[in-house]
Design a protein around this ligand. Structure first.
Ligand SMILES: *Cc1c(COP(=O)(O)O)cnc(C)c1O
Length: 392
């Protein structure tokens, strides 16, 4: 049947997330694979969604998004980053960040254009680039002193005459790296020199740890005018099922993205938009508590993984921690994660699936810590058997 699928999508069969989640269900394992929280978002925000539905807010909202949410996004950008966006013409509400990314790539890349992106990368990027008929130019993130980063020379070498856009994700899934001011300045310089448009995925903008702050690429000199800045409510407010995201960009870029978006979904669901407008305006203290809570969960899981014998890299943001499996005597993360349910009753994600060149990520495995403490503790208890029971 796969032959019915268009050629450009054939490399995207079933994702490893589906495989691993099915494996978790089948084996009754603890699922530290997929990154969704197992607790709810702020109660007043949830009530606002219910009130919107009961209050008759159930028909098509305006194409660019409900005015309340566009206004709330503009105020949030101004207050947090001192970035001014006009709610009328520079902000577009989308069906999650996923639609925003796909619509941006489809709107801005001609077939054959090249897109620079950092690998490992979020899996939807490659599919969006493929749908556009564009070509990926990966730049590797590699661990240096316990943190994944890139070599500026490699970034420059990846840019060619057909490069149109660069996709930048910070805080970064799956490595947990939050790009520093210096790293972002390098990226910004390359964008300016080569007249690239940056598409930035900032869905973890609020989920950073140890006092590390997220800096939007659009705040760098000459970048606001060439950046399509994307974020979403899913991670910030623990409602990954709401699929409510937004684009902030200058008018010409916003119009381009909306031109595609109006035919992928036309508009995003109405009730969530009102609830997220409320949350952006009133629930940032709740988010600050979430961030402290997540930092403690990160430390809890890191301690458990280190005790089990993994090499553990400390993430500065996101839901995820990267582990090096070689200290345990394993070499291939894909083989290990397929065996992990029977070895330890835990499911994780092999980092190599996020690469164009999987060999770079072969000995890394990603664990999610956005889970209740008891779940993390039980996973750590099970994983502790790995070192002891292993016959490798
Ligand atoms: C979760 C996630 C997304 C998807 O966000 P939605 O708003 O659910 O579409 C995009 N990018 C990264 C890096 C993510 O982790």
């Amino acid at each position: 049947m796969t032959e019915r699928l268009v050629a450009r999508m054939r490399e995207f069969g079933t994702t490893v997330f589906a495989e691993m989640t099915a494996l978790a269900v089948r084996t009754g394992s603890i699922n530290l694979g997929q990154g969704f929280p197992d607790t709810d978002g702020p109660p007043a925000m949830l009530e606002r969604a219910v009130a919107a539905i009961n209050g008759g807010f159930n028909q098509y909202p305006p194409g660019p998004g409900v005015p309340e949410l566009r206004q709330a996004v503009a105020e949030h950008r101004k207050a947090h980053y001192d970035l001014a966006y006009d709610p009328d013409g520079e902000i577009l509400v989308t069906v999650g960040a996923t639609e925003a990314i796909a619509a941006a790539v489809l709107a801005l890349c001609e077939p054959g254009d090249e897109v620079v992106l950092f690998e490992p990368y979020y899996d939807s990027y490659a599919a969006a680039v493929a749908l556009a008929g564009a070509v990926r130019r990966p730049v590797a993130l590699r661990p240096v002193e316990g943190r994944f980063t890139f070599d500026p020379a490699e970034l420059r070498a990846a840019v060619g005459p057909r490069t149109r856009t660069i996709l930048v994700n910070s805080p970064h899934n799956p490595t947990g790296t939050v790009f520093t001011r210096e790293e972002l300045a390098e990226i910004a310089a390359v964008c300016r020199e080569h007249d690239l448009i940056a598409i930035t995925d900032e869905v973890y903008e609020h989920l950073t740890f140890d006092g590390v702050e997220h800096i939007p690429l659009a705040t760098f000199p000459g970048m606001r005018e060439r950046t399509v800045m994307i974020s979403s409510a899913g991670k910030t407010f623990s409602v990954t099922g709401w699929k409510t995201g937004w684009v902030c960009a200058p008018p010409e870029l916003t119009r381009a993205v909306q031109t595609v978006k109006q035919f992928t979904t036309f508009t995003a669901s109405a009730p969530w938009q009102l609830a997220v407008a409320h949350a952006l305006t009133h629930e940032l203290p709740w988010v600050a508590a979430l961030r402290r809570d997540l930092q403690a969960k990160r430390d809890r899981l890191m301690a458990g993984l280190a005790a089990a014998g993994f090499g553990v890299l400390r993430p500065s943001g996101t839901y995820f921690v990267q582990t090096d499996i070689r200290p345990l005597g394993f070499e291939d993360g894909l083989a290990l994660t397929r065996e992990l349910p029977s070895l330890a009753g835990v499911v994780a994600i092999p980092t190599q699936v996020f690469y164009d060149r999987p060999e770079y990520g072969r000995h890394f495995v990603r664990f999610a810590f956005c889970k209740q403490d008891e779940v993390i503790d039980e996973a750590a208890r099970r994983l502790a058997l790995l070192g002891k029971g292993s016959n490798r």
